[in-house]
Design a binder for this molecule. Structure first.
Ligand code: GDP
Ligand code: ZN
Length: 463
C-alpha cells in the first residue's frame, strides 16, 4: 500500500446530532493545532496553550467576529499516537444543534474542510493505525444493536480477524517458498514429498478459512437478529407474549380477535443473542380485506423465520384453525408455547400439541409472567443447537470478506488438487499466490482505491 500524505485538515461533528448534553467536534490533520489556537481562548481572552494528551478548559471564539460561541473542553492529541495517526483536536461543547454547528463552522472558517463520512477512519487506515477489518468493524460497532454484537465488533477493532488472516498468510508464504525451492531444484522424490506436503497444508488451511467463512454467518445473525415469528390463531396471546418477552408494552393487546392486523417487529436481547421478534396477525379465514393481507403476511413471515413460536391457548379446546397452523408450521424450527396456563389446562389442547408437535412444548402464562425463563432456555438451546451459531468465536467476517474468503478457499482447493494429481508445481504456486492475495484483500493489504472509497463511504460523518 502506498503511503498517502493528507495535506488538508478535516473537521466534523463526531457525536450524534440532536439533543444531548455534550457534543464533540473533531479536527484532524496538519492544521489541527492552528485551528485550535485560532479558536480557543482562556476566560480572560488569552490564547490557550495546547498540551499533548492534555485537557484544557476554554472558550470557543468566532475568528471573524471575536464573539464567544460556547465554552469547551479541548483535547489535544498530536500524531502519530491519535485515532487517525495525524494531529487531532477535539472540542467538547454543549449539545444541542446551535452551539455545535457554530463551532464546526468556526473550524471551517479557521481553515479546516468538512470531512466526508468515514474519512477519519479512512485516514487511520491509510496511516497504518488499523487494518481494513478493524476499520470495517468500527462501522459495525456504530451499528451494533446489542451488547453482544457490540463486544464482538469491539474485539474485531482490536484486530482478532486480522490476526487470524495474517497467520494464514504466513503459512502460505512458507508453503510457497517450499514449492518455489522445489521448482528451482527439481528432483523426483523431492517433488513427491512437496506434493504431499502441499495437500496436507492446504487441507488444513481450508478448514481454517472455513471457520472464518462461518463467522460471517454469525455476523449476519448479530447484525440482523434471528428472525423469530410468533404465530397462532387470533386471541391466543401472541401480542401478550411479545410484550412479556420485551418486558414492556409495545403490541396492542385486546379481547377482539384480529387486532394485530399487520406484522410488528421488535428487537430483543436474549441472553446476548439478538432476536428480531415478529408478532404476526392471527392466522384465520376472514372476509376482512385488511385482515386478509395481515394473514398472508403472517404466513410469509412464518416461512421466512429462523425460529417459530407457535402459541396455543391451553385453557380451551383447540379449533380447526389451530390444526391448520400446526400443519403449516410443522416444517419450521418450532417451539410450542402453551399459553394461558393460569386458566387451567384443557385436555384437548394438551392432546393437540402432543400429537402435532411432540418435543418442545413450554407452558407459560404471558399475563402472569410464568414459564418465561423456561421459554427463553428453550429458545437459546434451539438457536445454539439447530442454528449452529457459535457464540464463542472472537471475530466475524463481513460479506465482503466472506466473498474473498470463498475465493481464497477455491484457490487452495485448486492448489491442493493440482498437487494431488501430480500436476506441475508452477500451477500450484500460481494458485497459492492467488489465495495469498485474496486473504490480504480481506484486511486491506491489497486493497485498491475504489474499494477503500466504497468501504469508507458507508461510515457516518465524524468517524
Ligand atoms: P393475540 O391476538 O394472539 O395477539 O392475543 P392477545 O395477546 O391480544 O391476547 C388476547 C387476550 O388474551 C387478551 O385479553 C389477553 O389479556 C389475554 N391473554 C393473553 N395471555 C394470557 C394469559 O397468559 N393468561 C390469561 N388469562 N389471559 C391471557
Ligand atoms: Zn395480537
Amino acid at each position: 500500500a502506498q503511503a498517502i500524505v493528507q495535506e488538508d485538515t478535516i473537521a466534523a461533528i463526531a457525536t450524534a446530532v440532536g439533543e444531548a448534553s455534550v457534543a464533540i467536534v473533531r479536527v484532524s490533520g496538519k492544521g489541527a493545532r492552528a485551528v485550535g489556537e485560532g479558536l480557543v481562548r482562556s476566560k480572560r481572552g488569552r490564547p490557550v496553550k495546547l498540551e499533548a494528551r492534555g485537557m484544557r478548559y476554554g472558550q470557543v471564539v468566532d475568528p471573524k467576529t471575536g464573539e464567544v460561541i460556547d465554552e469547551a473542553i479541548i483535547l489535544w492529541m498530536p500524531g502519530p499516537h491519535s485515532y487517525t495517526g495525524e494531529d487531532v483536536l477535539e472540542l467538547q461543547v454543549h449539545g444541542g444543534s446551535y452551539a455545535v454547528e457554530a463551532v464546526l463552522a468556526a473550524c471551517l472558517d479557521a481553515g479546516a474542510r468538512l470531512a466526508e463520512p468515514g474519512e477519519f477512519t479512512k485516514r487511520a487506515f491509510l496511516n497504518g493505525r488499523m487494518d481494513l477489518s478493524q476499520a470495517e468493524a468500527v462501522i459495525d460497532l456504530i451499528r451494533a444493536k446489542t451488547s453482544f454484537a457490540g463486544k464482538l465488533a469491539e474485539r474485531q477493532v482490536r484486530g482478532r480477524f486480522g490476526d487470524a488472516v495474517r497467520a494464514l498468510r504466513r503459512r502460505l508464504i512458507e508453503l510457497e517458498a517450499h514449492v518455489e525451492v522445489t521448482i528451482d531444484y527439481p528432483e523426483h522424490d523431492v517433488e513427491d514429498v512437496a506434493c504431499d506436503h502441499v495437500v496436507r497444508v492446504c487441507d488444513d488451511m481450508m478448514q481454517d478459512v472455513d471457520r472464518l467463512i462461518r463467522s460471517a454467518e454469525l455476523g449476519r445473525v448479530l447484525r440482523d437478529g434471528i428472525a423469530t415469528a410468533i404465530v397462532g390463531r387470533p386471541n391466543v396471546g401472541k401480542s401478550s407474549l411479545l410484550n412479556a418477552l420485551l418486558e414492556r408494552d409495545r403490541a396492542i393487546v385486546t379481547d377482539l380477535p384480529g387486532t394485530t392486523r399487520d406484522v410488528l417487529e421488535e428487537y430483543i436481547n436474549l441472553r446476548g443473542i439478538p432476536l428480531r421478534l415478529i408478532d404476526t396477525a392471527g392466522i384465520r379465514e376472514t372476509d376482512d380485506v385488511v385482515e386478509r393481507i395481515g394473514v398472508a403476511r403472517s404466513r410469509a413471515s412464518m416461512q421466512d423465520a429462523e425460529l417459530v413460536l407457535w402459541v396455543v391457548d391451553a385453557s380451551e379446546p383447540p379449533t380447526p384453525e389451530d390444526e391448520v397452523i400446526a400443519r403449516e408450521s410443522a416444517q419450521a424450527r418450532r417451539i410450542v408455547v402453551l399459553n394461558k396456563v393460569d386458566r387451567g389446562l384443557h385436555p384437548e389442547a394438551l392432546r393437540l400439541v402432543d400429537e402435532m408437535a411432540p418435543g418442545r412444548i413450554v407452558r407459560v402464562s404471558a399475563r402472569e409472567g410464568t414459564g418465561l425463563d423456561a421459554l427463553r432456555d428453550a429458545m437459546v438451546q434451539t438457536i445454539q443447537r439447530d442454528l449452529a451459531v457459535d457464540l464463542d468465536v472472537s471475530y466475524m467476517a463481513n460479506q465482503r470478506q466472506r466473498r474473498l474468503l470463498e475465493e481464497a478457499k477455491d484457490d487452495l482447493r485448486t492448489a491442493r488438487d493440482a498437487a494431488a494429481a501430480g500436476a506441475t508445481l508452477d500451477l500450484v504456486a500460481v494458485a497459492l499466490q492467488s489465495a495469498y492475495e485474496k486473504l490480504g484483500e480481506t484486511i486491506g493489504e491489497e486493497a485498491g482505491e475504489d474499494l477503500l472509497n466504497e468501504i469508507f463511504s458507508r461510515f457516518c460523518l465524524g468517524k
